[in-house]
Design a binder for this molecule. Sequence first.
Ligand SMILES: C[S@@+](CC[C@H](N)C(=O)[O-])C[C@H]1O[C@@H](n2cnc3c(N)ncnc32)[C@H](O)[C@@H]1O
Length: 243
Amino acid sequence: MSGAGRFYDDLAPTYDLIFGDWDASITRQAAALAPLLPPGSRVLDCACGIGTQALGLAALGHPVVGSDLSPVAVARAAREAAARSVALPVVVADMRALPFASGAFDVVLAADNAVPHLLTAADVTAAAREMRRVLRPGGRLVLTTRDYDVLRRDRPLSTPPQRNAGGTVTFQLWTWNNEGTHYDLEHFQLEPRGDGWATTVRRTTYWAITRAELGGLLADAGFTDVSWPDTAFFQPVLSAATG
Ligand SMILES: C[S@@+](CC[C@H](N)C(=O)[O-])C[C@H]1O[C@@H](n2cnc3c(N)ncnc32)[C@H](O)[C@@H]1O
């Protein structure tokens, strides 16, 4: 399994603690994405993690299938769906090799910076080809990423600490490569313990892929009408057609 899989296997049990209120984020993120999805459309969330978007879209009535590289995250998504009485079939899968029939979905989603875990153009193209294959003709791709056009210019070294209601503090340190195209991320989670803190550090790497780079690779894979619509989602959202 790649570094991203191990990172999320380790993080999955406490992933919800990154959010101030994970359930509120589930509802808010689904509401922000919903205008991009035709009513009743069959959705594959191919980087579902513990289900932040998949649970909310399923609760809105979409038939949603979740897949993800991390077995621990996928297992938690299944548990969270059962706890909410939401239908969410899940499977462990790499988005570069999706175990679904061609044309099986109306919408493929990969939200909250999942695609930038792929570190090369060849890997992003492989994922894009698979996403396009499992979409029906006329289907739609929806990806969300950090705003790397801005971040590549500014090369931030850290993210501000976030503290949730239970007192868990999360922040990230970023170490950029010389070219400013990729960065190693250290993810710090601090939990109050007695007079001090229990600290867990997890590490992964991202490609700070620009809108032009991502759009170009999607076009190479056959997608058309790549656009970045205005939405209420907390990250830039890309929408593309199967062509
Ligand atoms: C920041 S998390 C977002 C998860 C989920 N969308 C959410 O918002 O809760 C990124 C996800 O991408 C998944 N991922 C990374 N590389 C992947 C790959 N090659 N195939 C499938 N999933 C991948 C990780 O396992 C992780 O669950």
